[in-house]
Design a protein around this ligand. Structure first.
Ligand SMILES: Nc1ncnc2c1ncn2[C@@H]1O[C@H](COP(=O)(O)OP(=O)(O)O)[C@@H](O)[C@H]1O
Ligand SMILES: [Mg+2]
Length: 591
């Protein structure tokens, strides 16, 4: 398609409702897919827009009453463009107004311009940050070091402004380059109809909690793996991944006619990722070498952890209240003590401590189920959680596998027990840093990935779990969440509005779609975009880490990606690539 040829003219619109554009006669509505990125050239400013709806229009009611015969292509062609026409709705997202004397320049090459661009970009950032208390549709700051200053949309183009296909230059100006040395940009995919990378700014990404949403089978796990690889490669933070289905650390199966697998993070970054497992046999069977065993002991389980799994264990409110009495009495070893108590002892305990016998007996019965779990020990001489913390401190990314223990009870219990301790350690570290202000005390940004997030963050439990706390306030302690979920409507509203960047594959359920737009203003027009995504490998990204909302085709997670992102050992590289790398290394050394 000819990029310079205009597609249509703006015929009406408003800042609040978006623009209506009438397509030129030679442009087919069928080329206009929802989610497309278009540019409107106004008299002074250039507007970057997203296509949010497509309509067919007719100029007269006679055409309705008397449509041309299917075979009468002549009449159809006569009517096209005058009697019948296509219109599209655009939502302007960003605008760019060149200084009057300054010609439009997208080039990032000249040094002088670069510094100016940097300044401009920062100025724009400050502006957007002044409104940062409200979740915005996007960061409104360009991710490139080019000279253009993008602004939130404050006006609309005048009548009959021409609409163009966005060019590669436009995309670059807004979404930047992956190899931009001044930013941690990561290419997460491409626009729906072009071959240009679309980048997320990983520094902005990790500084708030984020979500990957979508129905089952739409590519959430693949998207998550891409994002995690990006964070590792660009060193934007350290990851702690609660890998419920054992698909991030080591090989994961890919859907399709033939059986095939994709690489896990440990395979892509052998030296930087450590796998811990709650089910060592299963992990070993899958061919993972040197995974660390992980056990949890009863004395690490607090009443708070049980509150989270009370549904799974079928615990009553009364049992939990009595658990608190027991804990206050026996301290850390309360579960071991409880499990060893005879009926007589329980009776005595209740008489002196005002507990309820039936509740305590029920609690004992139900906690017996925990004893059967493979990874639970009465006491552990070794501090496994401490070991995980040491790995994280050393900058290693930690994947925790569950193997056969991937039921909700184990997943939630272990995740909560571990995250609670890591959280406590991070609060301490952050406070130390705040006090000393010494850059070397600054904790590394930690990203905790959890699956089935609505289980941890639903309105009834969110106030009690550590994840609610992290989502709401941990930004200041350098810990954020990456939640992966297929039912975003199950997540508490307050938490949802703290989610900085939302990467959403197809969702059908109205409630889930509503949830994605919780707390972002002006998102109504994007609903149609979200419900019209392909069922696989497409996503809408909006929020803090992108300058404007955008629909992407997800970057393929395949051999090419491994080569681009991973630490490929020399032995596995093709000879030509090794020679090339050797040449450039020699050149660097001045030979
Ligand atoms: N980025 C991608 N690269 C390659 N294949 C993908 C990608 N995204 C999705 N797929 C395909 O879609 C299937 C489902 O993706 P998956 O992430 O497992 O879905 P979900 O976690 O949402 O249930 C994968 O098995 C794979 O075949
Ligand atoms: Mg999945």
């Amino acid at each position: 398609m000819d990029l310079d040829k205009p597609l249509g003219s703006v015929i009406q619109g408003s800042l609040s409702q978006g623009l209506e554009v009438r397509l030129h006669p030679d442009v087919s509505v069928e080329d206009m897919r929802v989610g497309k990125f278009l540019v409107v050239q106004g008299a002074r400013s250039r507007f970057f827009c997203m296509l949010t709806d497509v309509t067919l229009g007719t100029a007269s009611t006679r055409i309705f009453a008397n449509p041309p015969d299917p075979g009468n292509t002549f009449l159809q062609e006569v009517l096209a463009g005058t009697g019948t026409f296509g219109t599209i709705d655009l939502t302007p997202m960003l605008m760019f107004t060149p200084e009057p004397e300054e010609p439009i320049s997208y080039s990032a090459n000249s040094k002088a311009k670069k510094t100016k661009g940097g300044k401009n970009a920062r100025a724009a950032e400050d502006k957007s940050d002044s409104t940062a208390s409200l979740p915005l549709l996007a960061s409104l700051t360009p991710q490139s070091s080019s000279t253009i200053e993008l602004m939130p949309v404050k006006t609309i183009p005048s009548h009959f402004s021409q609409v163009h296909e966005a060019s590669e230059r436009d995309f670059r100006a807004v979404f930047g380059w992956e190899d931009d040395p001044h930013r941690r940009n990561f290419a997460i995919g491409q626009p729906i109809d072009m071959d240009v990378p679309i980048c997320v700014d990983l520094d902005r990404f990790v500084e708030r909690s984020n979500g990957v949403f979508g129905k089952s089978g739409t590519g959430k796990s693949f998207l998550t793996r891409l994002l995690l690889s990006g964070i590792i490669r660009k060193q934007a933070g350290v990851n702690l991944i609660f890998d419920m289905h054992s698909e991030y650390g080591w090989e994961a199966v890919r859907e399709g006619k033939q059986f095939s697998t994709v690489k896990g993070l440990r395979q892509l970054f052998p030296g930087q990722v450590q796998i811990y497992t709650l089910d060592p046999e299963s992990t070993k069977r899958r061919g993972v070498r040197d995974a660390q065993d992980l056990f949890i002991s009863f004395d690490q389980i607090d009443v708070e952890d049980l509150m989270l799994v009370r549904g799974e264990l079928n615990l009553s409110e009364a049992s939990l209240e009595n658990a608190i009495i027991l804990r206050n009495e026996f301290g850390k070893s309360w579960i071991t003590r409880l499990l060893s108590m005879s009926n007589m002892e329980i009776q005595e305990f209740c008489e002196t401590k005002m507990g309820s016998k039936s509740s305590i007996m029920a609690l004992q019965r139900k906690l017996n189920r925990l004893e059967e779990l493979k990874y639970i020990r009465n006491t552990c001489p070794h501090n496994y959680v401490g070991q995980i913390l040491d790995s994280i401190d050393a900058g290693k990314h930690v994947v925790i596998e569950f193997g056969s223990q991937s039921n909700m009870l184990s997943y939630m219990l272990a995740t909560n027990v571990i995250a609670r301790r890591i959280h406590a350690a991070y609060v301490q570290k952050a406070e130390k840093f705040l006090q000393s202000k010494n850059p070397s005390d600054r904790p590394q940004q930690l990203v905790i990935t959890i699956e089935e997030a609505h289980r941890f963050l639903d309105p009834s439990t969110v106030s009690q779990t550590i994840f609610g706390t992290i989502a709401r306030e941990m930004r200041k302690y350098f810990v954020t969440l990456l939640v992966v979920d297929q039912r975003p409507s199950g997540i508490d509203n307050e938490v949802m509005s703290q989610i900085g960047t939302r990467i959403t594959a197809l969702l059908n359920d109205e409630k889930d779609i509503d949830a994605i737009f919780t707390g972002v203003s002006g998102a109504q027009s994007l609903r149609s975009v979200l419900s019209k995504l392909d069922s696989k490998q497409q996503a809408l990204i909006l929020g803090h880490a992108v300058p404007m909302p955008v629909v992407i085709r997800t970057r393929p997670y395949d051999e090419t990606f491994y080569a681009e992102i991973g630490d490929v050992p020399w032995e596995e590289m093709p000879t030509a690539a090794v020679f090339k790398a050797a040449e450039s290394a020699k050149a660097d050394l001045g030979f």
